[in-house]
Design a binder for this molecule. Structure first.
Ligand SMILES: Nc1nc2c(ncn2[C@@H]2O[C@H](COP(=O)(O)OP(=O)(O)OP(=O)(O)O)[C@@H](O)[C@H]2O)c(=O)[nH]1
Ligand SMILES: [Mg+2]
Length: 1127
């Protein structure tokens, strides 16, 4: 535990005003863990000589080997600042994109963050992401510009150049914060205006809005990083030094008699010292003078490095040491590595821990300073507004703000992740140092034993003499003794496996207490993400607590916290109770908490808003055990892995495969290692990554593959293809496809007909829908509640977002084809929120708009008999559309960017009505679905499937086809598939963006690797002041595996890219393309078997899914050879 005793920390935990919960955030490799080492060393937990080399918080073996952090881990530190003592709960987070979910879990528990930026690399993509994450969680950041030593040693900057460079970095960081701030102010202004609008609706309408109103009024100076604000530290974590300008202001105010407050304002900025006038003046740059920062600060550091490292001048060093007043040990002075001497001097002169921790104590908020805005954000889930929550729930806000550790205060705890530790590492299994009495007792015992043995030896020797002739008995007795010893060892061995089985992984919750005192063994409610406090309050009797409540409230369970731990990096310390405002570990929740949860003693507490995850899990692999008999172990292991990782997903696909979805290659590797070594403990084999695709349609191309004008030929070919299929056993008498691509399909009982056309959506629309999927999901939920007759109090922000989406759609869907389209949107799909649209162009059918919650364009529709019948089956059409968009005809991957337009839809009103109710609601709730099964119509679902697969039910009376709604679902799905096939079909590939930093020498090789993998360079620029190039490129996910490794190898580790999922892109080649024109035949040959990338991808997917793959068998090997020569 270092210098600080556990008792001390427990005492500090009781004073929330002096607690700081903070995390370290940065781009990968900017030095977070190294900085954390320095801070940890200041508490004596590790030796300061090892600080920076040990990377203490990277406790996993693979973290040490790879040199990157993969899990965030916490440690509690003690710091004395002025006359106050502080407790700092520090969390180190990973910087690699693959682990950005670990950042989200860390940020949620903190009130502040240290953002670290590499002085050479400056603001990198992940720096922007973490600043955004900090912003979204309303936590306050401070800045550490690290690796200043690289400016001296690597880039060989002069102090003046370094100063200019540092200024630029600050500008970059502030630009990011500025953008975040501006967008927030604009958003808030819009909200305010809207409320005002509501209030003044009855008043006169002529108002003029100033677009920038609000921006100027808001004071944002506290937001920005500036050394004179005291929120910036310059450091070199590896050499152990760091400073804020306060320190230098202090030094120089003593040495030169200038007021510290004056120095504080002028040490950073365009000021210089006029030695003659003994004044500090403005305008250093214009007059060509040295700024104060250069003269007073950087010059000193530069000359120190020069003396110690570059020239290794003993005399100079001694002078410097004397002038700084530091003490250096003789062996450091003699050490062959100058860096040792350097850190020995620097860590006394400008210890980085002191600079950083003082800044943290002064500038970061304590748990008591939590902004009420942040509390409301945490408490209002989804679309609900805070003031619509039950009154008791709203009252809990004061508990948050008070952060009280009173006995009566409600306990509110948030668990942001579960992490697994080896059970043997838990404190209760650890050997404790013995107390004095115990040692004395043992000594006594040992002495006794010794004395006994001496006595026994003596008597044995005597008896041996006596019985030296017969000698039997002694042997017997000896062997008996041996036997008992053996027996003992045997029993010991026997009990071991049992112990081992028990000693497995234990899950500890990574949590923070927002209110109340948590006691060991206490019972609390566990609130699931969907828990509704209003419902809970109405169902749980008043005064009922978690300890005596057997609840059947949905999404609520109870559980007890078996042990509480102080998190100390690699160690855990057991605690009896923990007061509010602290970060802690809790054991005993693994049964009720999967990944994150809210715990409370008050049923009125709402679940916290879900964590913001920046990374989309996209890389999936199928996993199986080497020995099939070990399947159960694998299943159990995967379940544990799922719980232990905030971002990994584990699922069983329809094909029965066990699939693991991860954020990227590095993450995948870590998950597999964990599975193999910790959770399943078996040999496993993983498939190649399964690459996701999307299917879409495009406008018919105007030129053919050899750039000749196409005319009508292409279309003929496509219709030919559809016809071919329909003649292959599909019911052609119910299906008709006209030359323009309009598909007419009649249900098998011939009572209903739908006409559907597929139209490609403009790219911008697809992108818009995709980026707004959350909004669409909310919209869908609201519509559902409205349909069920519930009224919802929707927050203005949500309404704003929905209206915004609608306006944007209106703007993008221009032209004759899309006239009025937005008003007629019927649904989005798949899963009701995807990037495809179902459009209602049935003239005689008016339905409620999906935008009904906006209150405008609200048409109740006509009340004709036909329309009423149609409305009853409305849901079947939507369900059919959802099914069709979920898996397309090309390779059963989801569709994207397709609009299905229903142009005609009739149902003969003689449709049997008794079945309708049961099926109509099936997609609304599971309950309704269950009901329908009870009614005995379960055979219909089988029939729906049968029809979807193209089997044709026997003709008989209309009843034998099952309920009309079911038939309609199938018909709609089929119609959509045919309509899709009637258009030129394309695959869409997932794309990564990557930013690669490389030096000029290796640039060529980077381009080489990118080109080989079908990557496209977007732009390339030179990083200012360095010889590094930054290349931004996009790369198909399908080609990305091994990319990072290859780049690293080819450039001898000089360039290392980070891949981030960016978007979906249409692959331009047509997978179904066959040569149709003379020129094409000439160019590609009859078989056209040159590489068709899209076809390759498509067939790979089909093969994986066990679908039929049409492949040409080589007919004339001879001809093939000549062909390839001709090419
Ligand atoms: N020259 C120099 N190198 C440093 C400094 N601080 C850290 N490094 C080096 O930078 C590399 C990365 O340091 P880490 O502390 O592991 O970086 P990190 O930010 O924790 O990285 P991730 O956790 O993987 O995101 C290591 O090789 C360090 O030795 C510094 O002040 N100067
Ligand atoms: Mg790290």
């Amino acid at each position: 535990m270092g210098h600080t005793s556990l008792e001390k920390i427990i005492a500090l935990q009781r004073n929330p005003a002096n607690i700081r919960n903070l995390c370290i955030l940065a781009h990968v490799d900017h030095g977070k863990t190294t900085l954390a080492d320095c801070l940890v060393a200041s508490n004596g937990i590790i030796s300061s000589r090892l600080a920076g080399k040990l990377r203490y918080l990277d406790s996993r073996e693979d973290e040490q080997i790879r040199g990157i952090t993969m899990k965030s881990s916490a440690i509690s530190l003690h710091y004395k600042h002025g006359d106050q003592e502080y407790l700092l709960n520090l969390i180190d987070s990973p910087g690699h994109v693959d682990f950005s979910s670990e950042v989200s879990t860390a940020v949620r528990l903190c009130d502040g963050a240290i953002v670290v930026v590499d002085a050479v690399e400056g603001v990198c993509p992940q720096t922007q992401v973490v600043l955004r994450q900090a912003w979204l969680e309303n936590i306050r950041p401070v800045l550490v510009i690290n690796k200043i030593d690289r400016l001296i040693m690597e880039l060989k900057f002069t102090p003046q150049e370094a100063y200019t460079h540092l200024q630029k970095i600050l500008e970059q960081v502030n630009a990011v914060t500025g953008t975040l701030f501006t967008s927030k102010v604009l958003e808030e202004r819009a909200e305010k205006e809207k409320e005002e609008e509501k209030a003044s609706e009855t008043l006169s309408g002529d108002q003029v809005y100033d677009w920038s109103a609000g921006l100027e009024e808001v004071d944002d100076s506290h937001l920005y990083f500036s050394p004179d604000q005291g929120n910036v530290v310059f450091a070199s974590a590896i050499d152990g030094w760091g400073f804020s300008i306060q320190q230098f202001a202090h030094i120089y105010s003593q040495r030169m008699g200038i007021k510290a407050s004056v120095l504080l304002k002028t040490l950073w900025g365009d000021f210089y010292l006029n030695a003659k006038a003994k004044k500090i003046m403005k305008g250093a740059q214009a007059k060509g003078k040295k700024p104060l920062f250069v003269q007073f600060v950087l010059d000193n550091i530069w000359s120190l490095y020069n003396a110690v490292v570059t020239s290794r001048d003993k005399e100079k060093v001694e002078k410097v040491v004397a002038s700084l007043g530091v003490k250096v040990m003789a062996r450091d002075l003699r050490h062959s590595d100058p860096k040792v001497l350097l850190s020995a001097i620097c860590s006394q002169w400008l210890p980085v821990s002191q600079a950083v921790l003082s800044m943290v104590c002064e500038k970061l908020p304590s748990p008591l300073d939590m902004a009420s805005e942040r509390v409301e954000k945490l408490m209002s889930v989804g679309a609900r507004r805070f003031d619509s929550l039950p009154e008791q729930t709203q009252k809990l806000k004061t508990a948050f703000l008070q952060c009280s550790s009173d006995e009566n205060a409600p306990v509110i705890v948030f668990v942001s992740k579960m992490f697994a530790v080896d059970t043997k590492a838990l404190p209760q299994y650890k050997q404790r140092p013995l107390t004095q009495e115990e040692i004395a007792q043992r000594r006594e015992l040992a002495r006794q034993r010794h004395a006994d043995r001496m006595a026994a030896d003596q008597t044995a020797a005597e008896s041996h003499k006596e019985l030296s002739h017969s000698g039997n008995t002694s042997q017997e007795s000896q062997s008996a003794g041996l036997n008992t010893a053996k027996m003992e060892s045997l029993t010991l061995k026997d009990s071991k496996p049992e112990e081992e089985a028990e000693l497995k992984e234990t899950f500890i919750a990574f949590a923070r207490i927002y209110s109340g005192v948590v006691k060991k063994g206490q019972r609390v409610f566990v609130l699931g993400p969907k828990y509704d406090p209003a419902q809970g309050l109405s169902m749980i009797p008043e005064g009922c607590s978690a300890s005596d409540c057997v609840s059947d409230v949905p999404h609520l369970s109870c559980c007890s916290m078996e042990s509480l731990y102080l998190l100390m990096g690699r160690e855990l310390e057991e605690l009896e109770e923990v007061p509010a405002g602290n970060v802690l570990g809790i054991r005993g929740l693994e049964e009720c908490v999967l990944k994150s949860a809210t715990l409370s003693t008050a049923p009125a507490c709402p679940p916290f808003t879900p964590l913001n995850f920046e990374a989309t899990p996209i890389v999936r692999v199928a996993i199986e055990p080497k020995h099939p008999s070990e399947m159960p172990k694998l299943v159990r292991g995967m379940r544990l892995l799922n719980q232990a990782d905030p971002c990994a997903e584990v699922l069983i696909q329809e094909t029965g495969e066990h699939v693991l979805v991860t954020a990227g290659e590095v993450h995948l590797q870590r998950c597999l290692d964990d599975l193999r070594d910790r959770f399943a403990k078996i040999e496993i084999s993983a498939s190649k990554p399964i690459i996701p695709f999307r299917e879409t349609v495009v406008r018919p191309p105007k030129v053919d593959m050899v750039n000749e004008d196409l005319g009508k030929q292409q279309k003929v070919a496509i219709i030919h293809q559809v016809k071919e299929e329909s003649s292959q056993g599909r019911s052609s008498d119910t299906l008709h496809v006209d030359p323009s691509g309009l598909v007419t399909l009649t249900t098998p009982n011939r009572l209903a007909t739908v006409c559907v056309r597929a139209i490609p959506l403009p790219q911008e629309v697809t992108r818009l829908l995709e980026s707004n999927s959350e909004v669409i999901r909310t919209l869908e939920q609201i519509n559902m509640s409205l349909r069920e007759g519930k009224s919802l109090d929707i927050s203005p922000r949500t309404l704003e977002a929905i209206a915004g989406l609608k306006d944007q759609l209106d703007n993008l869907l221009q032209g004759r084809k899309w006239r009025n389209a937005v008003e007629h949107i019927w649904a989005f799909g798949p899963r009701r929120c995807g990037p495809n649209i179902l459009l209602n162009s049935v003239e005689s059918y008016q339905r409620l708009s999906v935008w009904q919650c906006l209150g405008r364009g609200d048409k109740t529709g006509e009340t004709g008999a036909q329309a009423a019948v149609l409305r009853d089956f409305d849901n079947s059409i939507i369900s059919g559309f959802q099914l069709a968009t979920l898996s397309g005809p090309m390779c059963e991957e989801p569709l994207m960017g397709v609009c299905f337009c229903v142009e005609r839809w009739d149902i003969q009103s003689s449709a049997p009505a008794q079945h309708q109710d049961s099926f109509e609601e099936d997609s609304i709730s599971h309950k309704a679905f269950a009901d329908s099964k009870v009614e005995g119509s379960s055979e219909t679902s089988a029939q729906v499937e049968g029809m979807a697969a193209g089997r044709r039910p026997e003709p008989a009376s209309s009843d034998c086809y099952g309920p009309v709604s079911g038939q309609l679902i199938a018909a709609m799905k089929e119609a959509c598939r045919h309509a899709f096939q009637a258009q030129p079909q394309r695959l869409m590939a997932a794309m990564y963006t990557c930013e690669i930093m490389a030096t000029a020498e290796v640039l060529g090789r980077v381009y080489g690797v990118l080109g080989k993998r079908e990557g496209r360079v977007l732009h390339e620029e030179m990083k200012e002041g360095t010889d590094m190039f930054i290349i931004k490129a996009i790369l198909p996910v399908a080609e990305s595996f091994g990319f990072a490794d290859e780049i690293r190898k080819r450039t001898s580790g000089l360039a290392s890219p980070q891949l981030v999922f960016s978007h979906w892109e249409v692959i331009s080649s047509d997978p179904y393309w066959v040569p149709t024109t003379e020129e094409e035949y000439l160019h590609f040959g009859e078989k056209a078997d040159s590489a068709n990338q899209a076809l390759k991808y498509m067939n790979a997917v089909r093969r994986r899914k066990g679908l039929y793959v049409e492949e040409k068998i080589v007919e004339h090997a001879e001809k093939q050879r000549t062909l390839s020569k001709n090419k």
